[in-house]
Design a protein around this ligand. Structure first.
Ligand code: PSU
Ligand code: MN
Length: 319
């Protein structure tokens, strides 16, 4: 038995993506866990196709990443996107760095999280990637203040991946279900610049503000491109995180978001939910609590991130 020496041997690039990369044209990677685990059908399929369309409108080529037949697919045909979006709940694995081999060995459909998507995109030669919100340090990961509850140490592999994979990830902030200050500290330790676009505060995922100042604020995408070009040019090995706020007309009011997140976390604790199931469970519970308003915000922010990532990829390719 020969063990493939690198991720590259497992890649299967859609021809449109391979051609764009060969010609140095802008490409934006998209992840697929938000399709299979983050949003219900049919919103998941709508958001996946709308994100691809937004990237095309920006002048770049979309490359949604997923796993099937033991391959990392980079760029999905519409039928593949639909298969992933309509697969019965529980039939699609969630593949992150630690579960990548398990998903590839299984042979079936698996969706890639931010960490696994970064691995595939980087190996394919893509430097720009759009998602909704990155995973991070879960609340309670470091223990609960004033309680004897043991720390869960639930820290997303997305954070270490950002520290070791040289590319730019565009999101709407760390997901609001997380311990956001601890997530920022972790990213700092990992050597990841975090840039908020157009506002001083770090975007709050469902809400425009997080109540936390961003480590660095850039006025516009041209300024972001300059920092990204410089950071990647230094060859430090880490990525860059860019955060753009959710569009105002679909954002959840700060107080509504805060209250829904607190209730969902209490419910998850009571139900004993943990591990990779926690993030999808919380997102679904918040959708119930907000009567679908969180889904409207989540879909709007994902498509907006894709559009901004497309524009950034065009700026980065234009010199
Ligand atoms: N953005 C969304 N919805 C999601 C995700 C991102 O708007 O569901 C996914 C991403 O794939 C991210 C994952 O990597 O959630 C984080 O999962 P965990 O906390 O288990 O690492
Ligand atoms: Mn986790």
């Amino acid at each position: 038995m020969t063990i493939p020496p690198s991720v590259t041997d497992r890649l299967l690039l859609r021809s449109e993506v391979a051609n764009a990369l060969a010609e140095g044209r802008p490409v934006v990677a998209l992840e697929s866990t938000l399709i299979s685990h983050g949003l219900p059908y049919p919103r998941n399929l709508e958001v996946a196709s709308d994100s691809e369309a937004a990237i095309r409108e920006s002048g770049a080529v979309p490359a949604t990443v997923a796993i099937h037949g033991g391959r990392l697919l980079v760029g999905l045909a519409p039928e593949a996107l639909e298969a992933l979006a309509t697969a019965p709940t529980g039939s699609v694995r969630k593949a992150a760095r630690p579960s990548l081999a398990i998903a590839l060995a299984d042979g079936g459909w698996a969706a890639t999280t931010v960490s696994a998507t970064m691995i595939a995109a980087r190996a394919a030669g893509i430097t720009v990637f759009a998602t909704g919100g990155i995973g991070g340090v879960h609340r309670g990961a470091l223990g609960v203040p004033g309680s004897s509850t043991a720390p869960t140490l639930d820290i997303s592999s997305d954070l270490q991946e950002l520290g070791r994979t040289s590319m730019v990830v565009v999101c709407a902030g760390p997901k609001a279900i997380l311990d956001v200050p601890a997530t920022l500290e972790y990213l700092e330790t990992q050597g990841v610049p975090v840039i908020s676009v157009g506002q001083d505060e770090l975007p709050g995922f469902f809400a425009r503000s997080s109540g936390i100042p961003a480590p660095y604020a850039a006025p516009d995408l041209a300024a972001v491109a300059e920092v990204v070009r410089t950071h990647l040019g230094l060859g430090l090995g880490s990525g860059v995180l860019v955060a753009v706020p959710v569009p105002g007309d679909r954002a959840l009011p700060d107080a509504v978001a805060r209250e829904a997140v607190a209730r969902a976390i209490a419910d998850a604790d009571a139900a004993g939910i943990g591990g990779p199931a926690l993030t999808p469970w919380l997102l679904a519970r918040i959708a119930e609590i907000t009567d679908g308003a969180s889904i409207a915000a989540n879909t709007a922010l994902i498509v907006n991130d894709a559009r901004q990532a497309g524009r950034l990829a065009v700026l980065l390719a234009s010199d």
